[in-house]
Design a protein around this ligand. Structure first.
Ligand code: WT7
Length: 574
């Protein structure tokens, strides 16, 4: 592995929250984190209690917990409001015989009731399964069927996508904004909640009892139900402090939808476990609305994704006119590699260095990060958090020295590690095939200072004439070319070289596809990166296939190229 560019940001002058835990890894104990929960003495746990009720009991009930805004509404709710509303719905669920361990799914747009009902489900010890509102019939059915969900909270509009006759386990449907129809098993969420009691004793659980399920797509086959347990709260709370750097008076905004793990671990649990005011924005992405959300709500800590930053970047400086982003204190990113180009944009436009964080649905929480208090190297995912050990392993499980490319692995366990893949123990075991380690499926390398550098999904790496090429590195270079809006890079079979690099490119406004432009772009990568990494083939596309969380779906590009079926497309954007 060649030398990498290393631009280093000086240490933050002020203390970070990490100081609470002694900064040095050698002093770190998970137990010191656990001690901060009320259940440390009692052994009784309930995520919704820790995230909501505890603050009310400790005198913070009047503090704003949720600021919801979309183009037509703006509402705020205190911790006491959340307690009341989740208690009401918890009582409704109990009335219908739903309780501990039952899977209850959510299928609705991002709106306050999504948050109230999610907390209500957790209060009574049921396991919540949030589904992204854009899922179509088959995606919804697969997930409800696989999980054996007994109840669903949805809206009359989305109900049309629920194939009830094929889902025998699904006994109850709670309609938000709809009427009861007992014959059809439809229950009005609003009316029943309104008449339910506001008092509720939470279901007291153990750390190993269920919390949440998120379905994640593999490269082949059906989506996997990643199942997390209550213990994850330790990681959510801790990373909220040391990575999000949350402090009492912060206004925090995580842009992710709760249909994805970021939207729950960091859109719900981390901020509320820490008692922080949480901004939720509904409606579609729009640069002006996003900037004005930061301005109006005085957002201080902002967690988003490279795809969103790139869209804002693409929208240009027009949309920034007259906007005041000076409230921002800390900005973070997750989901895919953070291109150095985007970091430079953040420096200039947000006035903040964007902190990259690495983790996965399966890991439940952040593991390798750029956290306040450490030096940032542009393009690196950062370092394992105190309490986490990461390494690069070969396929036999040997630890590789710095700069060798291999499997990114995490030493087991950590608090938010997935507990199982629902209905699929064999799949689960695959992640732990090397004793003592979790194998992420990402390939990466570590430098000689212990920073980790992402290369790609293991199956995405391109081997051209024996040189291993990480698609991300090529994509990052491509998007530096002024004509390139987005790029997806794959390897395609080649008789001579094994594989060659092919780039799918969508152009920025004002550029037209041409052979001359292809040559120019290829030459740009060749001179900027290396000859072997330069795409030998380029194809222009109006749009690239991306997941809703913004990841370019290289397997779909590959399937197009090889005229093969593209596999599960339930997470694709539009
Ligand atoms: C995969 C996990 C975890 C929340 C969102 C995605 C990629 C994630 C980074 C990063 C490079 C990243 C990895 C990982 N990924 N963060 N900072 N740099 N790649 O969750 O859908 O489970 O995807 O996203 O490939 O394995 P997910």
């Amino acid at each position: 592995m060649g030398k990498v560019h290393q631009e280093i940001l000086p240490r933050r002058a002020n203390n970070s929250n990490l100081a609470d835990y002694g900064q040095a890894v050698t002093y770190f104990k998970w137990e010191d984190v656990e001690r901060q929960f009320s259940w440390y003495e009692t052994g009784k746990v309930n995520m919704a209690y820790e995230a909501v009720d505890r603050h009310v009991e400790e005198g913070r009930g009047g503090k704003t917990a949720l600021i919801y805004s979309d183009p037509v509404r703006e509402e705020s709710y205190s911790f006491a409001d959340l307690k009341e509303k989740s208690n009401r719905f918890g009582n409704v669920l109990r009335k219908y015989g739903i309780g501990k361990g039952d899977r209850v799914f959510l299928f609705m747009p991002r709106q306050p009731d999504l948050y109230f009902s999610l907390l209500g489900i957790l209060k009574i010890g049921a396991v919540v399964g949030p589904l992204f509102e854009a899922f179509m019939e088959t995606a919804v059915k697969d997930r409800l069927e696989d999980s054996g969900a007994v109840a669903l909270v949805t809206t009359p509009e989305l109900l049309k996508r629920v194939k009830r006759e094929e889902l025998p386990d699904l006994r109850h449907i709670f309609l938000v904004g709809g009427y009861s129809d007992p014959e059809k098993g439809l229950i009005s969420y609003d009316l029943e909640s309104a008449s339910a009691s506001v008092e509720l004793e939470p279901e007291w659980l153990g750390l190993e009892d269920g919390l949440i399920m998120h379905y994640t797509s593999g490269s082949t086959g059906k989506p996997k139900g990643v199942y997390h347990v209550q213990r994850a709260m330790i990681q959510h709370y801790y990373t909220g402090r040391v990575v999000l750097d949350l402090r009492d008076d912060d206004i925090y905004w995580c842009t992710a939808d709760p249909g994805w793990v970021t939207g729950t671990s960091y859109g719900i649990f981390a901020p509320w476990l820490n008692g922080i005011t949480n901004v939720v924005r509904g409606g579609r992405f729009s640069p002006r609305d996003w900037y004005s959300t930061i301005e109006r709500c005085r957002v201080t800590v902002w967690y988003s994704a490279p795809t969103a930053f790139r869209m804002l970047m693409g929208a240009g400086n027009e949309s920034l006119k007259g906007v005041d982003l000076s409230s921002l204190r800390h900005v973070l990113s997750v989901g895919e590699p953070l291109n150095p180009e985007v970091i430079r944009w953040g420096d200039n436009v947000l006035g903040q260095r964007i902190h990259d964080t690495w983790w996965m649905t399966e890991t439940g929480g952040q593991l390798i990060c750029n956290y306040p208090g450490m030096d940032i190297k542009l393009g690196s995912m950062g370092q394992p958090l105190p309490g986490i050990t990461a390494a690069i392993l070969d396929d036999q499980g040997n630890e590789l020295p710095p700069y060798s490319m291999g499997n990114l692995a995490i030493k087991t366990p950590w608090p938010s590690m997935m507990d199982r893949i629902w209905n699929n123990p064999a799949k689960y075991e695959e992640y732990f095939r090397i004793p003592g380690w979790y194998i992420s499926g990402d390939s990466a390398y570590m430098d000689d200072e212990g920073y980790f550098w992402f290369l790609g999904r293991v199956d995405d790496c391109i081997n051209s004439s024996g040189e291993m090429i990480g698609p991300f590195e090529v994509e990052s270079k491509l998007v530096e070319h002024p004509a390139v809006a987005e790029a997806g890079v794959i390897g395609i079979p080649d008789a001579l070289r094994g594989e060659i690099v092919k780039a799918f490119i969508s152009l920025r406004e004002g550029y037209l596809p041409s052979d001359a432009l292809k040559d120019e772009i290829a030459a740009f990568v060749k001179s900027g990166l290396s000859a072997h990494a330069a795409p030998r083939e380029i194809e222009f596309k109006d749009k690239l296939p991306k997941t809703r969380s913004g990841k370019i779906m290289r397997r779909v590009l590959k399937a197009w190229e090889l005229h093969q079926p593209a596999g599960d497309l339930s997470t694709i954007e539009d």
